[in-house]
Design a protein around this ligand. Structure first.
Ligand code: PEP
Ligand code: MG
Length: 753
């Protein structure tokens, strides 16, 4: 059963259009369950009804014609109740509704289950049988499992019709994802391809067909050579039978097999990587479907060979410099910081990623750079999007492919309005960030990339509240040397001197990995992260501390911040290492004072150790991104639970308020450097709680400053006491939004529909 389930889902996943997916669903399920009928109904939100989309068993002419309101007929009842309905004699059920065009009167038994994705009913899956009997418990369980699995696969196509429309290259398609970085952009897709991923090869037309064929032949020759060598190397260690596998590989690569087919497609106008990926996919799909274990295993071999050939092709094409469109929308499965850095800033207009969410690090980078981004676009067939005109709406988490002229005009005018607001606020950038009753809030910026201040050079700031050192580490091919680090840090410290710069020690792990130091774990956010890694590698930490100290010589504006602190022992160990590094520097003749040392409050355990920590360090910095993730047990990268990640959750607000009060009592400075500080609502709440230093991405400065300048401290404190009296997220959000409206600050918030 499991195998059948897996194969159906896999096939549906590989379907090129919504119609094809639905057709596979009804045919395969009918066969697997040996029923007379299998039909799928999908919900049409606009018309508020379920439409028969495909069937095998009922009259085909009924497809698209039969519609049922929620609660109407058996299908409508399943959709409304959101639970299965298993009946022996459907026509005598009180809800049965007869549609002459279906010919359904012949069928007696009925089993319908809802297709539900993230609490939303997407449709109903139905099987029917002539004979009068109740479907068995096992059959019902099978259909429920099937529907639950298919929901994930179908959701995208169902909500947008995207799969169908994407193959129809002329039509506009609107897709919803997660709003990851604010702003709107109009541009053209540039698809970034992870190396040797057959599923993610973009479709392109080759400039020179003969050259493309030669490129393919050379790549195949290289793989043949690699395989021959591998076979020779292993000759003494494997059996003759296993040796024979290498011969099979050679045959598969032969002219009569893969090579020929791929060449044919190239001659029809596809570039080699795409032609290869299609041919491999076709063979794999076929082999995975056959009922023969031996042949099914060959599917894996073909895929492996395909990847090897692709890797050679990509080596070659990577050598050619990519040509980025003037307004590039970077589209990828997962986009890394390094990939972001490769595109000239003036050409980068937007970003779309299949994975990730608003708190992924790449989203943070996008926000730091002021690039609108939409993420969590599961199931977007990126391979077919190269060169597609699109709009990225980073406020609403929306992607519009091939926008029609009227929508383009609308977005153009919204972008213009936004630019007008930005330049209006820009004129306030040199004014103090002071409340209307005279309280000053220090605004600092988060850095790590060279571009941070490029957007607002005149902004008045109080320094750098968070310099993420892992970003320069990500741009290297190995750990940067002490000298290289010293140069990078010096640039940063000098660039902002005499203002303070808070440098955080390397915070890798979680979703931030270094290409040359991969960390693979089942649960990376609960694993080897931040200070845990660098304490296990004191040689890396010592080099970093020494580089920071040396870079600060004569400037004295360095502060050091430790990420992911969980216990006082960790602080004591780093503190000892820091003393040693200072001593080593002084021995080298470097004149340096001990910099202020701080810890990030981002692991909930530290909330209960504030006093012990305060006696060991000079300042606290709240990492709200991680603190929220750990308090709520919501992975900051997981699109499925991103709706649960919310700073306005009462538990989060109470924790933040408690930290502010305790820090005051302990007489230690506490700032906030997570994304919350850069959100106008977040900033006002934090200010009302008592935080006086907020560090954010530079593009957020103007809106936060505008909010602070238009509200009194008394007002912000009043808001905090009102929200702390509430117990639900909905009430809290509503109250905050109303208050923003009363303060005439709603224009600073993301546009709502
Ligand atoms: C945080 O967790 O809030 C933070 C600022 O650090 P990062 O986002 O780099 O994990
Ligand atoms: Mg963090």
């Amino acid at each position: 059963m499991l195998e059948i389930l897996r194969r159906i889902v896999q096939e549906v996943n590989g379907a090129r259009s919504l119609d094809a997916a639905l057709s596979i669903i009804v045919r395969r399920i009918r066969k697997a369950m040996q029923t007379d009928v299998c039909s799928v109904y999908l919900r049409d939100d606009e018309r508020d009804c379920f439409i028969l989309m495909d069937t095998i068993g009922l009259n085909a002419s009924a497809i698209g014609q039969v519609t049922l309101k929620p609660g109407e007929g058996l299908v409508g009842l399943v959709g409304q109740r959101e639970e299965p309905l298993n009946i022996e004699e459907a026509p005598s059920h009180s809800h049965f509704r007869y549609f002459a065009e279906t010919g359904e009167e012949r069928y007696s038994s009925f089993l319908g289950v809802p297709i539900i994705h993230q609490r939303r009913v997407l449709g109903v899956l139905v099987v029917q049988q002539r004979e009068k009997r109740q479907f068995g418990e096992g059959e019902e369980a099978f259909l429920i499992t099937m529907a639950a699995q298919l929901a994930g696969v179908l959701v995208h196509a169902l909500s947008t019709g995207a799969l169908a429309r994407l193959s129809d290259t002329g039509t506009q398609a609107l897709l919803n994802g997660i709003a990851a970085a604010p702003g709107m952009a109009i541009g053209e897709a540039f698809v970034v391809v992870p190396s040797a991923n057959l599923e993610a090869v973009p479709e392109r037309v080759p400039d020179d067909i003969e050259a493309e064929v030669i490129r393919l032949r050379e790549a195949i020759d290289c793989v043949r050579h690699d395989i021959r060598q591998a076979a020779e190397r292993l000759a003494s260690r494997i059996s003759a039978q296993e040796q024979a596998l290498f011969d099979v590989y050679q045959q598969m690569l032969g002219d009569a097999a893969l090579g020929n087919e791929v060449e044919k497609r190239i001659r029809e106008g596809q570039w080699a990587p795409y032609a290869l990926s299609r041919v491999v996919q076709r063979h794999v799909n076929y082999l995975e479907r056959v009922d023969d274990n031996y042949l099914r295993e060959r599917a894996a071999d073909i895929r492996d060979l395909g990847r090897r050939v692709l890797a050679h092709l990509q080596k070659d094409s990577n050598a050619r410099k990519p040509v980025y469109p003037e307004r590039t929308i970077l589209v990828g499965d997962e986009i890394s910081a390094a990939q972001l850095g490769e595109i000239p800033r003036e050409k980068l207009a937007g970003l779309v990623a299949l994975r990730g969410s608003s708190t992924s690090h790449v989203a943070i980078l996008a926000r730091a750079m002021g690039i609108p981004a939409v993420m969590g676009m599961n199931d977007l067939p990126i391979s077919r999007l190269a060169g597609t005109p699109m709009i990225v709406d980073g406020y609403r988490g929306r992607l519009i492919l091939r926008p029609q002229p009227d929508l383009l005009v609308r977005y153009e005018s919204m972008i213009e309005e936004e630019e007008a607001l930005t330049s209006m606020l820009e004129s306030e950038q040199s004014l103090p960030s002071e409340t209307s009753d005279g309280f000053r809030i220090r605004l600092m910026i988060n850095t790590g990339l060279a571009v941070e201040m490029s957007g607002s050079p005149a902004a008045r700031i109080d320094g750098v509240g968070l310099y993420r050192t892992e970003v320069p580490f990500m741009m290297h091919q190995r750990f940067p040397s002490e000298k290289e680090q010293t140069r990078i840090y010096r640039e940063q410290l000098q660039g902002f001197a005499p203002l303070p710069v808070v440098m955080r020690t390397l915070d890798i792990g979680g979703d931030k990995s270094l290409p040359y130091f991969p960390i693979e774990e089942d649960n990376p956010f609960l694993g080897w992260r931040g200070i845990r890694v660098t304490l296990d590698h004191p040689e890396v930490l010592m080099v970093q501390l020494r580089a920071m100290l040396r870079a600060a010589e004569g400037l004295d504006n360095l502060r050091i911040l430790l990420p992911m602190i969980t216990s006082v022992e960790e602080v004591d160990t780093v503190s000892r290492l820091l003393d040693r590094a200072i001593q080593e520097m002084r021995d080298d003749g470097v004149q340096i004072e001990r910099p202020l040392l701080g810890v990030m409050l981002e692991v909930p355990a530290v909330i209960y150790q504030l006093e012990a920590l305060a006696s060991r360090v000079d300042f606290f910095s709240v990492g709200s991104n991680d603190l929220i993730q750990y308090l709520l047990a919501v992975d900051r990268n997981n699109a499925r639970v991103s709706g649960l990640y919310d700073a306005c959750q009462p538990a989060v607000l109470r924790a933040l308020d408690y930290i502010a009060r305790e820090s005051r009592r302990l007489n230690i400075s506490a700032s906030v450097c997570g994304e919350l500080a850069g959100d106008p609502i977040g900033a006002l709440l934090l200010m009302g709680m008592g935080y006086r230093v907020l560090s954010m991405n530079a593009p957020n400065l103007s809106r936060v400053r505008a909010a602070i300048r238009r509200v009194s401290m008394e007002g912000a404190q009043g808001l905090v006491s009102d929200v702390l009296a509430l117990h639900s997220l909905t009430e809290t959000r509503e109250l905050v939004y109303q208050r923003m409206k009363e303060w005439e600050l709603a224009h600073l918030l993301p546009p709502r529909d």
